[in-house]
Each structure stands twice: as C-alpha cells, then as structure tokens.
Write a protein that binds this ligand. Structure first.
Ligand code: HSE
Length: 424
C-alpha cells in the first residue's frame, strides 16, 4: 500500500467535496489502487468559519507555506479559484517537486505556460481535469483516448449557469433579467454573475480544450467572446418557430493552420445533439477524422461532480511513473505557424425592424447580395404602427461579410435588432 500525503489550497465548496469523497471512498480507493491519501494540511482564509464538512481543527492553517513548502506533502490540490495568489502557490508547490491537481480554469488558461515550465523544470505533475466541465472526462478523453485523431472541430456547452438561464428562457418565454434574478435567488447563479454571463468562464475552458485538441496553445486572449446579456425572449421564440434552439456555445475549429475560437449565443437545429442538453448540464460535441462525431455529457459543476474529477486526477497521477505534459510548446502566444481568423463562416439569423414601405425589402436583399450572402429563410410579421418585424436566416457566409451587410442595411427605414450565429 502506498500512502500519499496531501495538502489543500482552499476549502470551499469543491474542497469540502473532495474531503468528503476521500473519506467516504477511502476503502474503495485502497482496494482499487492500493493507495491511501492522507490529508495533512488545509489552507483556509478563516480557520473559525463553519464548513459543510467537519474537518479537524489541527489540519487548518492560514499559512500557504505549510503546504507548498512542507517536504512531507507530496501532492497539492488547489481549489482557491482566481488567478492570484493561486498561480503563485501552485508554482511554488511545483518548484518543490510536488504534484499539483487544480480545478482552476482561470489560473490555468491564463498562466498555463508558467505552471508547465515550473512543472517540467522540477519533474512535477500538473493535472487539471476538474478545471473544465466538472465531472466530464474531456481532458483525459482528448489527450489519451483520442490521441489517434486529428480533431477538427469542438462545440461545447461548457457553462452550466448560462445553460440553465437559456433553458428557462426558452421553456418559459421569460426575459433574461427575470430568470437571472430568480437563478441568483435560488443560488444557481453567482451574486456577481459576470464571469458566467459574459462568457469569460466558457472562454477560459475553450482556451484549455482547444489547445489540447489542436496540439497548439490557443491563448485566452485570441478567443472571441460574447455573453448572453443581450439575448431576448423574442429571438428565442422566433428561433423556435424556425426549428432552432439557442445555446451559449464555445466553438473551436481548425482548417489547416487556421483556427477560429469563439464563445457566443448560437442557434443550433433542434435535432442537434447539443440542443437537448438542458438546465445546468454541460456537453462537448467534437469531430475527429477517425472517431467521427462524439458527444460527452454530464455535470459541469458542483461539489461532488468536481470532486469526482479531482480524485480521478489524484489516482491518475499516482499511477504514472513520469508526469504527463501537453505535446505542444507551451508559450503565452498562439503556436508558431497558426493564425486565428475572425472571419469564420456559418449561417446567420438576423432580426430587423423595418418600415412597411415599397423598396425596403429590396434594399435589405440588395445589401446582402452585394456581400455575396444568400437568404435561406425569410419571415415577415404583420406591421404594427407601420413597422414590420423581418426575420431571416442566411446560407453560410463570412462574419466580415454579414457585419458589412448589416451596416449597409441599417438606415432610417431599417433597424438591425439582432444578429445571432447559426451552426449545424
Ligand atoms: N460557473 C461555472 C458554471 C462552473 O456555471 O458552469 C465552474 O466552472
């Protein structure tokens, strides 16, 4: 039997979940892997705070060095969240030769190169399954099981809060602000929801996932990001009529050496596998040249699902003779030879408010035609007060072309109310 001494950096929701799983599953872990994880110290902000789990007081400390610098601690689990001081503490632990397991997508997405450099230099392990989509084993699937694939496309629902909000907006016909405040009241959205609703959380996860999928660093700052705060019940309802479901998708595509990576509200056909992923569930749909289409579905957050990924990483780490690092040169910039395009191609949903007068539709179609954009569906609602709602869906077109066309369409007779990208 191998005994591994462990230190926690942080003990909130996830830390308590890991503590609980390690206690409850101790005998199974021993039986399955012949390992016993012995928690020696836990860094907390306040040792007197009441926690979900009863943790012996002598384990708690407010001094990070008691974890990062204690030679008796072999493995450090990081659950602090945020970029700093989490990155600094993890670097220190790696420099001290410890294995680090983290659930921190922000620190990893922004400082992966720094963490990996410290890990490689000191032959320390760095594992992060819990940083992306909680319990879903997408990291291990990408780097292990799908190694024999050239992954060309990934589309994911990687943020549970926004999926919960959009699901309720769609099912109830409610407005964004009403569902958000209800979700906050129920504790399903953070008091400050910015990271989730503005797409930061999803973009951190996409940076990590697309880097692993494409074997190239795709830094956070090259990812286009648009959140759900401007999504309207009107657009969701029109989309439904046309057979589409609205999701906040994290999308990464690679064609040769050109990548596009983006997070934005997206219409997908109702029969797309991601369309039925509702509530706070996450899912990642990907395409590899050998595996074809694949989807992984599960809980992307929560104490126990995240603990499942953390403890899985702990067991993976102890089962390896040497640490496992990504295949690519990990710098803070896009890998050499690659370019990121902001002129991706997809279909577009457009809603216009137009004066109900002769020639207005001709003006709209002429502006689209000038940019080589062809219309697939067009719907006009009876005019109210001389103004008609026009909703159209284009065939595939370029992002730059649609933006140019919409700029030309906007006039005294036509207001562009919304544009939403459509994927298939
Ligand atoms: N806030 C995230 C979500 C969970 O709503 O999915 C942690 O990444």
């Amino acid at each position: 039997m191998r005994k591994v001494s462990v230190g926690f950096l942080g003990c909130g929701n996830i830390g308590c979940g890991v503590w609980k799983l390690l206690q409850e599953f101790k005998a199974d872990i021993l039986h399955r892997a012949d390992v016993e994880f012995d928690v020696k110290k836990i860094l907390v902000r306040d040792v007197t705070k009441k926690r979900d789990q009863v943790i012996p007081a002598e384990l708690l400390t407010t001094d990070p060095a008691q974890i990062t610098d204690d030679p008796a601690i072999e493995m450090v689990l990081e659950f602090m969240g945020g970029e700093e001081p989490a990155t600094r503490y993890m670097v220190r632990a790696l420099e001290m030769g410890k294995t680090v397991v983290t659930a921190n997508k922000m620190a990893l997405a922004l400082n992966w190169h720094i963490l990996q450099e410290a890990a490689e230099k000191h032959h320390s392990g760095l594992y992060y399954e819990a940083a992306v989509c909680g319990a879903i084993p997408i990291i291990r699937t990408t780097i292990d099981s799908l190694q024999a694939n050239r992954i060309e496309e990934m589309m994911g629902i990687v943020n549970g809060t926004t999926n919960y909000i959009l699901t309720r907006m769609s099912q109830e016909g409610s407005d964004y602000a009403d569902v958000l405040s209800d979700a906050q009241r129920l504790g399903l959205a953070e008091p400050d929801p910015t990271s989730d609703v503005e797409g930061f959380d999803a973009a951190y996860k996409l940076s990590i996932l697309s880097s692993l999928a494409f074997h190239a660093r795709v830094p956070f700052d090259v990812i286009y990001r648009q959140g759900i705060t401007q999504v309207s019940a009107t657009d969701i309802a029109f989309g439904k009529e046309l057979g589409y479901t609205l999701k906040l998708l994290a999308i990464a595509k690679r064609a040769g050496n050109v990548i596009d990576a983006r997070v934005h509200p997206t219409f997908i056909p109702d029969d797309h596998p991601l369309a039925s992923v509702n509530g706070s569930f996450n899912a990642i749909f990907l395409h590899g040249h050998a595996c074809d289409d694949m989807m992984l579905f599960g809980r992307g957050a929560g104490s126990a699902p995240t603990a499942s990924a953390v403890v899985g990483d702990m067991l993976y780490a102890v089962s390896r003779d040497t640490p496992r690092y990504p295949t690519f040169h990990n710098a803070n910039t896009l890998s050499d030879g690659l370019t990121v395009t902001d002129d991706w191609h997809c279909a577009f949903y457009v809603r216009l408010n137009a004066s109900d007068r002769p020639g207005v539709l001709a003006h709209i179609t002429a502006c689209l035609g000038k940019e080589g954009i062809s219309i697939r569906n067009l719907m006009q609602r009876d005019a109210v007060d001389g103004h008609a709602q026009i909703v159209l869906i284009t065939h595939d077109a370029g992002e730059c072309a649609i933006n140019k066309a919409l700029k030309a369409i906007a006039s005294s007779d036509v207001q562009v109310e919304s544009m939403i990208r459509v994927e298939r």
